[in-house]
Design a protein around this ligand. Structure first.
Ligand code: SF4
Ligand code: SF4
Length: 176
C-alpha cells in the first residue's frame, strides 16, 4: 500500500472530505416536502383511489352491469344490481348498482375496471391516502366512492319523466 493510500484513509483527509460534501449540499434547496401539510401533485395518468362518476344531470353513470368486476384480476369488486323505476331512478336505463364495493386491500390499481366500463362510470383518481386501521375499513362502499352531483343538480334516487331515460349506455362522441 502506498503512502498516498495511507493518507487517503487518514482522519486528516476523511474529515475535510466529509465536510466538503456537507457544504456542497447545505445551500441547495431541500428536496423533501412537509407532508401531510404539503402534498406533491401526482402525474396526470396516476391511478389512485376509484371514483364512481355521475352525468352532468346528476344521474349515476354506473348501471350495475358488473363488467368491471369480471375484468378485475384481483377479484376486488362486488356489484349488486337493482331495477330503476321512473319514480325512483338512480341511473339511465333499467338497472343501477344498489351495492358497489371495492376491497382496496386486493386492488392492484391496474385500471382494468376503468377500461371495461361501458359508461365510464368507474375511474381511478389521484387520491393516494389509503390507510386503514382494520380490514373492514379497506372495503370502500358506493357511498364512499360516488361523486357528489355538480352544478346544484339533485342527487339520486329521484323521480324522472317517464320514457326519457330509457337508454342505459348513451351515445358518446369521444369515449376515452
Ligand atoms: S384497478 Fe384493477 S385490481 Fe383494482 S379494482 Fe380495478 S381492475 Fe381490480
Ligand atoms: S362501474 Fe361500469 S362496469 Fe362496473 S358495474 Fe358500473 S357500469 Fe358496469
Amino acid at each position: 500500500m502506498s503512502l498516498f493510500d495511507d493518507l487517503k484513509k487518514s482522519v486528516f483527509f476523511q474529515v475535510p472530505a466529509g465536510m466538503a460534501t456537507t457544504l456542497k449540499h447545505v445551500f441547495k434547496p431541500p428536496i423533501t416536502i412537509r407532508y401531510p401539510d404539503v402534498k406533491r401533485p401526482v402525474r396526470y395518468r396516476y391511478k389512485g383511489r376509484h371514483h364512481l362518476r355521475r352525468y352532468d344531470n346528476g344521474l349515476e353513470k354506473c348501471i350495475g352491469c358488473s363488467l368491471c368486476a369480471a375484468a378485475c384480476p384481483a377479484d376486488a369488486i362486488f356489484v349488486e344490481a337493482s331495477e330503476n323505476t321512473d319514480e325512483e331512478r338512480y341511473s339511465p336505463g333499467e338497472r343501477y348498482a344498489s351495492t358497489y364495493e371495492i376491497n382496496m386491500l386486493r386492488c392492484i390499481f391496474c385500471g382494468y375496471c376503468e377500461d371495461a366500463c361501458p359508461t365510464e362510470a368507474i375511474q381511478l383518481g389521484h387520491d393516494y391516502e389509503l390507510a386503514y386501521y382494520d380490514r373492514a375499513s379497506a372495503i370502500y362502499t358506493k357511498g364512499m366512492l360516488i361523486d357528489m352531483p355538480i352544478n346544484g343538480m339533485p342527487s339520486t334516487p329521484r323521480q324522472t319523466e317517464p320514457g326519457v331515460f330509457t337508454q342505459s349506455i348513451p351515445d358518446m362522441e369521444d369515449p376515452k
